[in-house]
Design a protein around this ligand. Structure first.
Ligand code: NDP
Ligand code: 2IT
Length: 446
């Protein structure tokens, strides 16, 4: 038997990108899901659509030199991968973390294409970042790094071309420094970044959007099966932007969060994690999660972040990083009675872990659907910047909720239509792909 079109495209991707395991992992999952679509649409193969969609439109890698507080010159590597602009300007975050490399930025950029499509808003896919480690750096060092990073990046981005935002290690402070430098270099005040501060063009709800959106999505998914957050025990990994606002929303929806983590370890708080205290320690004071245990009686701290999946829960929300939840962790969750998983991070579950969830009928919300609330609200920030108006918190929050419900509907309908009822992994991949594919078909071979 000759190899299928989809399999032969994946073979080519493997050959051309042999040292990019995260990128290959993301591509393999999407291509596998698309087999029934390709079968129904032979015109996609004729147009070389898959060969084109797996190749970034443009990849930029650059030197980022800066001077640390001791006067020593430091050099980091900067990246921006402009993956696909079929449905709108490139859009996606910047990650500053020592593990950043081209494979990671390409996997994130590739996922972003389909996620952004699912939002229903006009945004293409892109991602960027640096192997810079913000941990332990002074504000001055962060500022000088951001200014140097933007001194190269500014020539490649723009409000109608490519609009970066935050991701791991890039929050409000970094976006501020990046925006200031962009404006200075271009002499132009435009919505070139999202996640901006509220005094200079930011949108209400953007800070909370990914975590809130994750909970809105999971709520839709579990309510469709007669379940709810009320009274549920929840474990959230990470304690950064996504995790914190998932925590706040879970509590508002009547659930109890009993464990959270950072890259060093995890806390167990049987009484339910206190949002105000956790936010102060992690977001305001930028300290370690260990200090939450020191600050509140009855809380245990355990070294090593992977152990968090041994904590018994009804709902698990992995919100830290890629491949943080493996086969063993998935089995542990299932054995402990976990019945729903919502991915707040990008690709947090390994392919083997996803298999285990699906096989055991755990309600599974895949990242590119479940965490799309952040980028959706970024697109709402872009709209407000274009109109030179700002909407109230309630207005943006209502739009976010509606967008997340819409994504759930699109993913579950696509899954059903292609014979994979209740499989939101396949449904999200197909629904996200179809809009991009139609736009690419209309625009010719580009
Ligand atoms: P933050 O930098 O605010 O927080 C990241 C959290 O994850 C921290 O608790 C960090 O711990 C932990 N973490 C990071 N890397 C690792 C690692 N290698 N091993 C263990 N723990 C780790 O990032 P965000 O909350 O913004 O992002 C979290 C995830 O959500 C990422 O996968 C991101 O791509 C995804 N995402 C973010 C969106 C956003 O709007 N911000 C939107 C959609 C997805 P420590 O402090 O110890 O480093
Ligand atoms: O992974 C993601 O969707 C993000 N980090 C948010 C991107 C954005 O442009 O808001």
């Amino acid at each position: 038997m000759t190899m299928s079109y989809v399999d032969s495209v994946f073979e080519q991707v493997k050959q051309r990108n042999p040292n990019e395991p995260e990128f290959l992992q993301a591509v393999q999952e999407v291509l596998e899901s698309l087999k029934p679509v390709i079968h129904r649409h032979p015109e996609f193969a004729e147009a070389g659509l898959l060969e084109r969609i797996v190749e970034p439109e443009r990849q930029i890698i650059f030197r980022v030199p800066w001077v640390d507080d001791r006067g020593k010159v430091q050099v980091n590597r900067g990246f921006r991968v402009q993956f696909n602009s079929a449905i709108g300007p490139y859009k996606g975050g910047l990650r500053f973390h020592p593990t950043v490399n081209l494979s990671i930025i390409k996997f994130l950029g590739f996922e972003q294409i389909f996620k952004n499509s699912l939002t229903g808003l006009p945004i293409g896919g892109g991602k960027g970042g640096s192997d810079f480690d913000p941990k332990g750096k002074s504000d001055g060092e962060i500022m000088r790094f951001c200014q140097s990073f933007m001194t190269e990046l500014y020539r490649h981005i723009g409000a109608d071309c490519d609009v970066p935002a935050g991701d791991i290690g890039v929050g409000g402070r970094e976006i501020g420094y990046l925006f200031g430098q962009y404006k200075r270099l271009r002499n132009c005040y435009e919505g070139v970044l999202t996640g901006k501060g509220l005094t200079y063009g930011g949108s209400l709800v953007r800070t909370e959007a990914t975590g809130y959106g994750l909970c809105y999505f999971v709520d839709e998914m579990i309510r469709a099966k007669g379940r709810s957050f009320a009274g549920a025990t929840v474990v959230i990994s990470g304690s950064g932007n996504v995790s914190l606002y998932a925590l706040e929303k879970v509590v508002q929806l009547g659930g109890k969060v009993v464990a959270m983590s950072d890259s060093n370890g995890y806390i167990v708080d049987p009484a339910g994690v206190d949002f105000t205290l956790m936010r102060r320690i992690k977001e305001v004071e930028r300290r370690r999660i260990k200090e939450y245990a020191a600050a509140k009686p009855g809380v245990e701290y355990h070294e090593g972040c992977a152990g968090i999946w041994s904590v018994k829960c009804d709902i698990a929300l992995p919100c830290a990083t890629q491949n943080e939840l493996d086969e063993r962790a998935a089995q542990q969750l299932v054995d402990n009675g976990c019945w729903a998983v919502g991915e707040g991070a990008n690709m947090p579950s390994t392919p083997e872990a996803v298999e285990i969830f699906l096989k055991n009928k755990v309600l599974f919300a895949p990242a590119k659907a479940a965490n799309a609330g952040g980028v959706a609200t970024s697109a709402l920030e872009m709209s407000q910047n274009s109109m030179r108006l700002s909407w109230t918190f309630a207005e943006v929050d209502a739009k976010l909720k509606e967008i997340m419900a819409g994504i759930y509907r699109k993913a579950s309908e696509a899954a059903k239509e292609y014979g994979y009822e209740d499989n939101l992994v396949v449904g999200a991949n197909i629904a996200g792909f179809l809009k991009v594919a139609q736009a690419m078909m209309a625009q010719g071979i580009v």
